[in-house]
Design a protein around this ligand. Sequence first.
Ligand SMILES: Nc1ncnc2c1ncn2[C@@H]1O[C@H](COP(=O)(O)OP(=O)(O)OP(=O)(O)O)[C@@H](O)[C@H]1O
Length: 314
Amino acid sequence: MITAEALTKNYGTKRAVDSVSFTVQPGKVTGFLGPNGAGKSTTMRMIVGLDRPSIGNVTVNGRKYAEHAAPLREVGALLEAKSVHKSRSARTHLRALAATHSIPKKRVDDVIELTGLEAVATKKVGGFSLGMGQRLGIAVALLGDPQTLILDEPVNGLDPEGVLWVRNLARYQAAQGKTVFISSHLMSEMALTADHLIVIGRGRIIADAPIDQVIGGTNVPTCRVKTDSAEELMNALAAQDVQLTRLDAATVEVAGLDGRAIATRAMETGIMIYELTPVKQSLEAAYMALTQDEVEYHSHVGNPLTTANSGKQA
Ligand SMILES: Nc1ncnc2c1ncn2[C@@H]1O[C@H](COP(=O)(O)OP(=O)(O)OP(=O)(O)O)[C@@H](O)[C@H]1O
């Protein structure tokens, strides 16, 4: 179990993590989500003692990371900053780490096989692709067969087979009763992997709940409607709190009204609709709704077909 209490990190005048308290439970995969710069990596780095909290504290199974006699056996971590000698081979790197914890060479061979690194195990790490580097980082995390796994963006750079493998690995480890804490920006993948989510924005926790609750909590009724009069339908449905998105010539997505309300309005205005399909809320949509006020680094290319709170067609 990971326990954070009023955990805070200041970098100069910047408060990267702002008094966060949470527990990450064993036997579950806990996803750690948040916009760029929200404080995910800083939090993870504090868990494994790579950054010192300015205020508060964080423990793994009741102790600070540095107080564990054999930290690699207690906590396996894949973090962004890698301290790998680029001229070393993957196998040499893993063996050197294993030697610090009296981990047998056999375990090194096992994690090389487990992470699909056999073919490049003797190659210099400096020449590794992004995905191979990630696999090596995961191999390091698994080396001590730890009770707790902390993976910061583990699927970054992995091919589809690798992404699936990380998902299965995380699920398997949790099923074994281990604590698994994963950050990711890939919502579709997180939806398939996590049981529980902690969402952070500008250094503060904005959600800490089972994934179904996070998705359901921001649920806005949404339907896809097919009609030959899309523009007229959008005009008829336009209202505060209704978001209308023209998906194609004959399809409008309506968020904020249920099927009955849409059908009633269409009938009142003499618009024929020939399909009305409820859309299940996605984790991505729930995440966007949760974090819309927390994003520091906005992109400015929107969907030109989306009109919020307006019935105008783009
Ligand atoms: N060593 C540092 N010195 C100064 N500021 C830092 C340092 N590390 C992180 N920060 C700042 O702290 C904030 C949180 O950064 P952090 O890397 O934890 O975010 P994140 O949620 O992991 O973001 P991303 O999704 O982009 O990886 C950011 O504003 C970042 O610029």
